[in-house]
Design a protein around this ligand. Structure first.
Ligand code: SF4
Ligand code: SF4
Length: 99
């Protein structure tokens, strides 16, 4: 599954630099997928793009953003359960299209 940022977020953006997939963006900031620029997914606080989050599979053993958060605002998203194989396939897609 991808991870998600909850309303506990104080938008400190400490997590953003930890993401190897460039999946984390500030509130109201449009995000990049491949060569496309897309509308922000959250206007209130820092957010994670589910299509770009691999739970760090392909880079690290554990999600890197979770321990960086001072408010414990980053959690596994129960609505986006994915297997390790699916997460690796997502990583490989990002390898091709860009991050
Ligand atoms: S580290 Fe936590 S509080 Fe800071 S922007 Fe990320 S999710 Fe929000
Ligand atoms: S779990 Fe890893 S890939 Fe997903 S948003 Fe956090 S740092 Fe990025």
């Amino acid at each position: 599954m991808s991870v998600v940022i909850t309303d506990e977020c104080i938008s400190c953006n400490a997590c953003e630099a930890e993401c190897p997939n460039n999946a984390i963006y500030g509130a109201g900031v449009s995000y990049i997928y491949g060569t496309e620029e897309k509308a922000a997914l959250n206007e209130e606080h820092t957010y994670i793009v589910p299509d770009k989050c691999t739970e760090c599979v392909g880079f690290h053993d554990e999600p890197q953003c979770i321990p960086s958060c001072p408010t414990e605002a980053i959690i596994a998203d129960p609505e986006r359960v994915e297997t390790k194989e699916q997460l690796m396939a997502k990583k490989e897609t990002l390898d091709k299209v860009g991050r």
